[in-house]
Design a protein around this ligand. Structure first.
Ligand SMILES: Nc1ncnc2c1ncn2[C@@H]1O[C@H](COP(=O)(O)OP(=O)(O)OP(=O)(O)O)[C@@H](O)[C@H]1O
Ligand SMILES: [Mg+2]
Length: 143
């Protein structure tokens, strides 16, 4: 369990597939450097990667905020974008609105949001059509 408190902010840009993955890589490296357990790093890394890719694929701009406390690691991912019309549908495994082009890049299995939920101890998703989406993800460091 890390004794430190840590916070960082990572900017995300919709459509920028060249830099996609950088924020979640940075988050992963920070957690490793802070000495967070491999199991927690793995769960946060999966959630941050899926959240980052969703902003790149579907939103205009976004921001990922990482917070580390002795008890848990949280991510808040807020974007400005089209939002999600039916969140419970979007949460279903296999549901995806990915384009043919995105599918050719290996995305669009419709597994991102379900994977985030599976790896989180707490997961909150709020979305407003025409405005954007906010995810809150908590992974506990202590049982
Ligand atoms: N930030 C977002 N803004 C707008 N729509 C989103 C956002 N995140 C997810 N969605 C919508 O929810 C659907 C499901 O997302 P999810 O991450 O589960 O699957 P996917 O991104 O389509 O495929 P995968 O993550 O497996 O590559 C997306 O296809 C999209 O329609
Ligand atoms: Mg996804």
């Amino acid at each position: 369990m890390a004794a430190e408190e840590f916070e960082s902010v990572h900017e995300l840009t919709g459509g920028d597939f060249t830099n996609a993955g950088r924020a979640s890589t940075a988050v992963k490296n920070i957690l490793k450097r802070l000495g967070i357990s491999a199991a927690v790093v793995r769960r946060v890394a999966i959630a941050s990667y899926e959240a980052e890719m969703n902003v790149v694929m579907y939103a205009a701009v976004g921001r990922m905020r990482l917070r580390v406390s002795p008890s848990d690691v949280t991510l808040e991912v807020v974007d400005t974008g089209p939002g999600i019309e039916n969140v419970s549908l979007a949460m279903q495994e296999g549901y995806s609105t990915a384009t043919q082009e995105m599918r050719e890049m290996g995305f669009g299995a419709g597994m991102g949001l379900p994977n985030i939920k599976r790896n989180a101890d707490e997961f909150v998703i709020n979305s407003e059509v025409g405005r954007g989406t906010r995810l809150f993800i908590r992974v506990k460091q202590v049982a």
